[in-house]
Design a protein around this ligand. Sequence first.
Ligand code: FAD
Ligand code: NAP
Ligand code: SF4
Length: 682
Amino acid sequence: MPPVAPHHPHLLAPLDLGHVTLRNRVVMGSMHTGLEDRRRDAGRLAAYFAERARGGAGLIVTGGYAPNRSGWLLPLGGRMSASAVRHHRRITDAVHAEGGRIALQLLHAGRYAYHPLSVSASDVPSPITPFRPRALSGWGVERTIDDFAAAATHARDAGYDGVEIMGSEGYLVNQFLAPRTNRRTDAWGGTPERRRRLAVEIVRRTRDAVGPDFVVVYRLSLLDLVPDGQRWDEVVALAREVEAAGASIISSGIGWHESRVPTIVTSVPRGAFTWATAKLRPHVGIPVVAANRVNGPAQADAILARGDADLVSMARPFLADPEWIRKAEQGRDDEINTCIACNQACLDRAFANRTVSCLVNPRAAHETELTIAPATTPRRIAVVGAGPAGLACATTLAERGHAVDLFEAGDAIGGQFRLAMRVPGKEEFAETLRYFGRRIETTGVALHLDHAVDVATLRAGAFDAIVVATGVRPRVPAIDGIDHPRVLGYREVLEGARVGGSVAIIGAGGIGFDVAEFLTTTASSTLDADAWRREWGVTDTEHQRGAIVAPERPPVARRVHLLQRRTGRLGAGLARTSGWVHRASLRRHGVEMVAGVAYDRIDDDGLHVTVDGRPRTLAVDHVVVCAGQESRRDLVAPLRAAGPEATDGTGPGVHVIGGADVAAELDAQRAIDQGVRLAARL
Ligand code: FAD
Ligand code: NAP
Ligand code: SF4
């Protein structure tokens, strides 16, 4: 009997798969990092996976590799072929050296391919890619199955412990399973049994090709979340058939990429879909994996303790913290750098064809380039401002061995992030401040709250280097009547100022959208999974194909007008993977979005604007200003005038990071990245 783990005993229990034992129940789920596509990145990828294996991940699944050219996500994308075996050896050797296990994901993009070789079950175009797919011929289907099996043998030859066959998220295999995309009447469509044949044959021929001592994970779409998706009886039948065909594990997939239901963004309640995994589990004899919006050890352990699943898959949490498992094992949960599900540095970058990273951990997928080594010359360093930039910089400096004083004008750490975490659907952001709070303790940063430092204090401290991370102050636009009592700033509103029943918001950037959400929401549905499901129209698949119904309108707290001067769609600049969720949510909350606005004046009657040449008065109780920010850098010039200026950015002097450096297009991703990179150099 292996010893029972004192912390999170269900999560950290080993899992015996017969020929191999996983050291715990945690799967590091597949994530495209952008390093899969070029063989010269194999070393970087090996370092990235090795760090996660060292941190204790039970089974790592790589990003998706196509079994053939038509399956590429992008032209010349990652593909598993005989010639790739040598490069993959670097990855598998690195993971095995750390005692880890790793499976290669085989993903055929089908009609989600971003190239003209795109194929699918039928020639039904996808709403999210420009290339109309060609319907595979019967011979083409047979060849595709053989390509999956051949790619799996190459993976085995490269030293992988298994493969994951991507059967969900709306990729090729999923396209064959659903009537939405499979209009065939031959041996591969027309009835549920025939639609399932591709998936089952891929598993069968893969198992035949790789033999019994190899893990075959099948990623199964439990909820398609699109019209004309699969029905529950079809999902269960598929699970049983892939088990019989030789799958070792069934991993949960939720929602197609084209679905209009969010599945992983931060406003999705934690563990919102584990009920579907629990519903499947009694129907199969092999282990099942729960996934989506799982990010903490206690939550993951509870999923297993309830019997909802045998394993838990987390992908982004391992970008945020490669030592997630190690810390959970040692009862150091409060030291975990929690993934806040923002998608900003991972998925949004992946969709822009850039190498991914992580907002809260800029080293993710950049391990070989951004190293945190002990300081050669320990120094006394002052960091001014405990927003994301200052927190990241101060704690990294202290980790390297510098003596760090962190000064914060407010009575708590966090800067603007303290406001962000008050927005309904952004509650997770508090985790980042919990993490930094604990890291201040563990690294020994001397934190001085309620200390609005000035130049004289800093000079008197005789520091070797000073980092100015004083952030931003809200811009006050030059509008007639801007000092009227009915005008409020976003900070006052988010900090709890009394706001009337009708509001006009000036500025529709990220903060304008967040404030509109804050003002119209009665209770955060992120914290109430049932309310969230009703709001997004998610139902049981028992009788409803695809598991979606018409969304319910949530109760609305206020009437809000969201305004911008630019013409064109509001929110066009919001992030690719989350912007549509914000826009849909505000539409559902009845927010009136108006572009091309000229602000005339604010007076006792409300806000007077001109839109399309026509004057209009918005008779609102309050006008809330969300018109961007300006850098707060009052300290910079006097400090630089007084002391030695940093010449090469690596030594003593005055350094400026985050919003204090540049306010335009500032976000926490840039603030933290700048903070860590400066600290790694000093
Ligand atoms: P700040 O956060 O402004 O921190 C500066 C700190 O310096 C403050 O705590 C301030 O009190 C302190 N300070 C200033 N002067 C002094 C002094 N003289 N002495 C001592 N201390 C001083 N970003 C994202 O990436 N994703 C999001 O989803 C997101 N949502 C947001 C939602 C809202 C509602 C808001 C307001 C912001 C959001 N942001 C988001 C933006 C993000 O919070 C900022 O980009 C980030 O906080 C900037 O970090 P910073 O450290 O440069 O500055
Ligand atoms: P922003 O995105 O730059 O938006 C500022 C808004 O104010 C724009 O709509 C702009 O539109 C308007 N504006 C600018 N100057 C104005 C003026 N003089 N008078 C009237 N309106 C003016 O900035 P933000 O909303 O303050 O957000 C700050 C940063 O936080 C952003 O860069 C963003 O990255 C980050 N953030 C991110 C998220 C997220 O979900 N990822 C959420 C919140 C914040 P017009 O000029 O067209 O009127
Ligand atoms: Fe999580 Fe955001 Fe980091 Fe992506 S960028 S891993 S969503 S914290």
